[in-house]
Design a protein around this ligand. Structure first.
Ligand SMILES: C[S@@+](CC[C@H](N)C(=O)[O-])C[C@H]1O[C@@H](n2cnc3c(N)ncnc32)[C@H](O)[C@@H]1O
Length: 253
């Protein structure tokens, strides 16, 4: 191992741990303006149903009661807009993302939708959150955690900033184990998505990284154990769409 430092995966490549974040940042800077369009195209709109399942689990109060959600790696605000749209007057979301380009698109979208004041976009690293202990009622992360170099640190931080009785919810790509579907999914992932990414965003490598990073992410039982190791209780997960995605849950009790 060059220099003897710790290595990690950037897609299928082995890279020094300290280099991964910079590579991930380049990916999301490059695709930020076309990010939401690509999500619709490559998932055939399914990401909306997956995010709706996340929203159902968040279950923001319809009343005036204060309810503050932290949407980690929240990018352009898609999950945040759903939560404030469904909640009552006391529901607020802070989107925390490391990437200024994604946050800029998010702020523009929030203004266009009339969500200014309800959704705050703040730059921060999930591994070292700029928030006080026990300051949120719920922490969400959608399709973000696998991009973070030190996932265990991000889980520890999510646990630290969650109030006692609060829920952690994580939507992430998972493992397709249904015979027949797995082969089709493999074909679609590696033959179609990078080409589609090139056509729509001009960046094939970004979408090659995306499909490879999904394959390198821990299987759902292993990720559930990581959630428990961070101190969350009653960790569970629900596979969706034949295991393409799983919704993970844990409580701070
Ligand atoms: C696939 S996008 C998901 C965006 C959004 N949650 C959604 O579902 O549309 C992944 C996001 O993770 C962010 N990210 C990567 N590493 C991060 C880190 N260390 N801390 C916070 N955000 C990070 C990226 O900037 C990017 O916006």
């Amino acid at each position: 191992m060059p220099g003897g430092g710790e290595q990690t995966h950037f897609g299928y490549q082995s890279v020094p741990l300290e280099d991964k974040q910079g590579r991930v940042d380049d990916v999301f800077h490059s695709v930020a303006r076309r990010y939401d369009l690509m999500n619709d195209l490559m998932s055939g709109g399914l990401h909306r149903a997956w995010k709706d399942a996340l929203l159902t689990a968040v279950n923001p109060p319809k009343s005036e009661r204060n309810f503050h959600v932290l949407d980690l790696a929240g990018g352009t605000g898609d999950v945040a807009f759903r939560i404030v749209g469904a909640g009552g007057h006391g529901t607020r979301v802070t989107v925390c993302d490391i990437n200024a380009g994604m946050l800029e698109v998010g702020r523009e979208r929030a203004t266009a939708r009339g969500f200014d004041g309800l959704v705050a976009f703040e730059q921060g690293n999930a591994e070292q959150l700029p928030y006080a202990d026990r300051s949120f009622d719920c922490v969400t992360v959608a399709f973000g955690i696998r991009n973070v170099p030190r996932i265990d640190k991000a889980l520890d931080e999510a646990h630290r900033v969650l109030r006692i009785g609060g829920r952690f919810l994580c939507l992430e790509f998972s493992s397709v184990d249904v015979p027949g579907i797995d082969a089709l999914y493999e074909l679609y992932s590696f033959q179609v998505i990078p080409r589609m990414g090139e056509l729509v965003t001009g960046d094939r490598d970004a979408y090659q990284y995306l499909v490879e990073s999904i394959r390198k992410f821990p299987r759902p039982k292993a990720f559930s154990r990581m959630i428990e190791a961070a101190g969350f209780r009653r960790a569970s997960f629900t596979p969706m769409t034949g295991g393409v995605v799983a919704l993970h849950s844990g409580w701070r009790l």
